[in-house]
Design a protein around this ligand. Structure first.
Ligand SMILES: [Zn+2]
Length: 77
């Protein structure tokens, strides 16, 4: 059985959160990030103006605030 001390648990979860924040900061500051462009897309709901992250590979996404469907495709001109 693995014994887990309180100080080890605190240091483990703190280092886990710091590393997650660090990776998100790197991805946020890398404006040409392949990961963010291919996976996530910032979407503003046209009905309630709520801003949320939508999956870039889907055509439709559901607004988490008003539950309406939002078209993620760019309008064709
Ligand atoms: Zn909405």
């Amino acid at each position: 059985m693995i014994t887990l001390s309180f100080s080890f648990a605190i240091s483990f979860f703190l280092s886990l959160w710091i590393s997650i924040v660090f990776v998100m900061w790197i991805l946020y500051n890398d404006h040409d990030s392949y990961v963010l462009k291919e996976l996530l897309k910032v979407v503003q709901c046209p009905y309630c103006t709520h801003v949320f992250w939508g999956m870039a590979d889907k055509e439709l996404s559901s607004c988490p605030h008003c539950k309406s469907y939002v078209n993620l495709e760019e309008p064709k001109r």
